[in-house]
Design a protein. Sequence first.
Lengths: 258, 466
Amino acid sequence: MRNRHIATALLAASLLLFAAGCKKKTPVAPPPPPPPPPPTVVEKAPAAVISSFTAEPSTIVRGEASTLRWSVANATEVTIDNGIGAVSASGSRQVYPTSNTTYRMTAKGGGGDAVAAVTVAVTTPPPPPPPPPAAKASLEERMSREIQDIFFDYDKSEVREDSRATLQRNADALKTILSEFPSAVVSIEGHCDERGSAEYNLGLGDRRSASVREFLIQVGVPGDRLKPISYGKEKPVCTEESESCWQRNRRAHFVGVQ
Amino acid sequence: MIKSRTIKLTLLAAACALLALPQAQQSNIVLKLTGGTKSKIALPDFRGAGGASAFTQVFNETVFADVQRSGMLEMAAKSFYPLSPPQQETDIRPTPAPAAAQRGAAPQPPTCNGRCLTDWSMPPLNANYLGFGYLAEQGGQLVAFGHLYNTTVPDIAGAKAFRKLYNGPLTEEGARKIAHEYAADILSQFGVPSLAGSKIYFVSDRGGKGMKEIWSMDFDGANQRQLTRFNSISTMPAVSPDSQRLAFTTYAEGQPRIRVMSLETMRFLPFFNPQASMNATPSFTPDGAKMLFASSFAGYSSQIYIANADGRDLKRLSDNRAIEVEPKVNPRTGADIVFVSGRGGPQQIYRMNIDGADVTRLTPGEGEAANPAWHPDGQHIVFKWTRGFAPGNWNVFIMDVASREVVQLTRGQGRNENPTWAPDGRHIVFSSNRKGSAQIFTMLADGTEVRQLTTVGNNSMPVWVK
């Protein structure tokens, strides 16, 4: 029973409240108007924007490559002149201009076009070194190619009749060689075969080198560039005991010294 | 009995007398060094006590080689030696009286297995002399007790020629040294001068192909030592009479040049080379004050010059257009020179006065002759000659300069070159390629007792000095 009393009391109270509210009624303000629509975006598409267009490197030596890089927004069509043509909105391309070249990029967009340009400067490479003067042979090569040994008879130091032509050719070649190698000196080595005694052969080799030198001086080879040196039998080119080997050792040999 | 030889070696007293005596038949010259019969010697091996035993072999070999090399004594056959040779004086016993011969049998000679001198003097040994002793170590030194007995003297005390104590380092070198001393003492009993301490200077390419350096060694080939290090061609050595200076020809500076070095300090001494394409074949005068050599200083060909020992005060001795080399001054007179010249055709040996006058040819003109070297007596030369052979086939000859008589010592065994005399005047050193490569040999002046001293590389141009 007691619960029924509480419920009744609550009901009464709420009725009372309701009655009081109705008593103080005021007019309600109208809601604010909707915000204005955004400024009327034209129905046309936005204009194209070239955000970058570069050439790297901007200066090249002819024959090298430069790389063009670009990035374009809002474009419907991007083209680069100088024969490149249409390209994608961003990308790169290697170019090999042979002279200074300015690359123009045109980006077309619904709302407008954009244009940019880069220039690649092309320098001419330095000329190569001049070709070596006709592959100049070394003194050693010249001597061994153009100068021949002079051969002697046993225990003799006179230039043989059959060696005079050879020695004359040597003289002509030596004049050229000595003028082309102005600091060179030519050693005229006198050699002997192994049969004579070593001591006497020193003197014999000395005579051989001296008589060759005298001949060369007489036909115009500068004597101060010709140095005699006797090796006697100290430096044989062969050691067989035969006349052919002995003959090879009885010689005047020419060596160029820079 | 000795065989009859072209050259008999006789040594009278201490002086080595090289006497030229005419002799019939084909022999032209006789170098008399021994009179008639040679003594025969037995040299039983020394044994060694303690640390000395390691050196007995080199000691025994050296003593035996020295005595044999002298050519003065006949060596008794070792196979006949008794088994117990004496080692010290107290080992020697008097020869017992012969046992009474049994009737009908020949009397047996008494033997004591080596302890009696008669064991050595009787057949089959027949040794007149007995050398014996032993080696020991004493205070870290090697000592040898060396004896020589004349086995033909019946009285033991009277038979003793000498007993001597020798001291040396306890090394092979020391063993060789005391062996040379003992052998020298034995040989001096027979008037043979000792070679101990003498040295041979020579040229060797053993350091590298195409390079030649000057080397030295003992007279028996021991102690081979390199003296120059140019890595070039250094050749033709000569040594001053006092053995203090070495002169030679070298390519170290390009053209052939003469260099002189001190053999005491091994340092170079100044030598002024004339401005010439070639200066070569130096040799000293007997007083050591001057140098002779060959030079192309005058321009045309190598000629003979004399200068002070430092090369200053140059004087020309020969004056012709031939090649002339190898001047050698007479060591006895100092007044005449032998040298090699091509003035008459093929190279021959000539002589002239020290001032260049009075030139005469010594060799007869046959073949080629070169490398003259004076005997210490100033009367003989040894040289090389191609007589009887094709050019290049050299043999060693001796010439009596006064009579021009010659005797041949080598015969066709390879190329035999650069003979020079030992200080004793009885031996000759030379080079020969008889075994293939060029090597250095010694021999007696009669061509016997040939010994090879070198084996490594090619070795040539020996000079033998005190």
